[in-house]
Ligand binder design. Structure first.
Ligand SMILES: [Zn+2]
Length: 161
């Protein structure tokens, strides 16, 4: 019986992870989204302990994209979301994978792709965090999307205190 691999998105690193670091996989885009100092420290410790950062393959990203279009989640999935789903999909072909994410669109697409998922709050991890989508240009808070409807700048997720 192979060990379970935990594929973790940005929301998963905000909380205190109690999983063996060698069982954790994430993608470079998630690492880029870690800005908060405490989260960065936590991530560095896990990385030193054996966490893997793997680049997702195009063929799996293409499957995730076409699936998200079929479910209508394509407008809310960020490139990072697609990368993490693609990595989870690839690994699930040869191992037991649990995707840890608090993002509903990611959970929705994972379900269609038969990838098991858990919210960060229930996966041996502590508290839940709240996110908001905010424009990197004008600072407007939006409900969904990757491009600002006002100034067309990129939308990013921010943690709400
Ligand atoms: Zn804007």
């Amino acid at each position: 019986m192979k060990d379970t691999i935990y594929v973790i998105d940005t929301s998963g690193f905000i909380v205190d992870i109690r999983l063996p670091p060698t069982s954790i996989v994430t993608v470079p885009a998630v690492v880029d989204e870690i800005i908060d100092r405490n989260t960065k420290l936590r991530f560095d410790l896990l990385h030193d302990g054996g966490l893997s950062v793997d680049v997702p393959y195009k063929e799996y990203k293409d499957i995730v994209r076409s699936t998200s279009i079929s479910t209508g989640d394509d407008t809310v999935l960020s490139n990072t979301d697609i990368d993490i789903l693609a990595k989870a999909l690839e690994l699930s072909k040869r191992s037991t994978v649990i995707l840890i994410t608090d993002d509903y669109a990611v959970q929705n697409v994972a379900a269609i792709l038969n990838i098991k998922y858990q919210p960060a709050a229930t996966s041996g991890i502590k508290k839940k965090i709240k996110w908001e989508l905010r424009c990197t240009g004008c600072g407007s808070v939006v409900r969904s999307g990757t491009e600002c409807p006002i100034c067309a700048s990129e939308i990013k997720r921010y943690r709400v205190k």
